[in-house]
Write a protein that binds this ligand. Structure first.
Ligand code: ZN
Length: 160
């Protein structure tokens, strides 16, 4: 059945930038999401409309439909003690969770001083144009419960 609002879509992906593969899902369960509810990046969701199981395609997604643009405000100098038990091992390039008032946020360590660390809270893929290689594995009707929750349940979906 073609992909449209309130279908649960299962898919595998490869995320490619230039000649390198950054991520892929083929080693595990496919990803599942409820179409039409904003559960995945908009550029990817739009590219799947009307597709069907067995379809294979590539889509190139600009930053505004992927992880957004980099914000200079997201680069900050913060006390190392805010990292808790991890504070002795921090080094440049590490991606570590930081407790914020909005909950844990993954940040990339830019520089470590004695008491302070410079961190970048931008998503590592922010500002980048991404190409995805997509395999649609399955399309099914969502249950009423999934539609009420606004997300897919089961393998590759929401587990609660
Ligand atoms: Zn749910």
């Amino acid at each position: 059945m073609p992909i449209e609002k309130n279908k649960v879509v299962s898919f595998h992906y490869k995320l490619i930038e230039g000649d390198s593969e950054l991520e892929q899902s083929h080693d595990g369960d496919p990803m599942s999401f409820l179409f039409g509810h904003g559960g995945i990046m908009s550029g990817l969701e739009e590219s799947m409309a009307g597709r069907d199981s067995g379809d294979h395609f590539s889509v190139t997604v600009p930053p505004e439909k992927a992880y957004g643009y980099r914000s200079p405000d997201a680069v900050q100098r913060i006390p190392i003690k805010h990292f808790g038990a991890r504070n002795r091992k921090l080094k440049r390039g590490d991606v570590v969770p930081l407790q914020t008032s909005q909950g844990p946020l993954d940040v990339t360590i830019l520089k470590v001083g004695k008491f302070m660390a410079d961190v970048d809270a931008n998503h590592p893929l922010a500002g980048r144009t991404l190409t995805f290689d997509i395999d649609i594995v399955d399309v099914r009707d969502a249950t009423e419960e999934e539609i009420a929750h606004g997300h897919a349940h089961g393998p590759g979906g929401h587990d609660h």
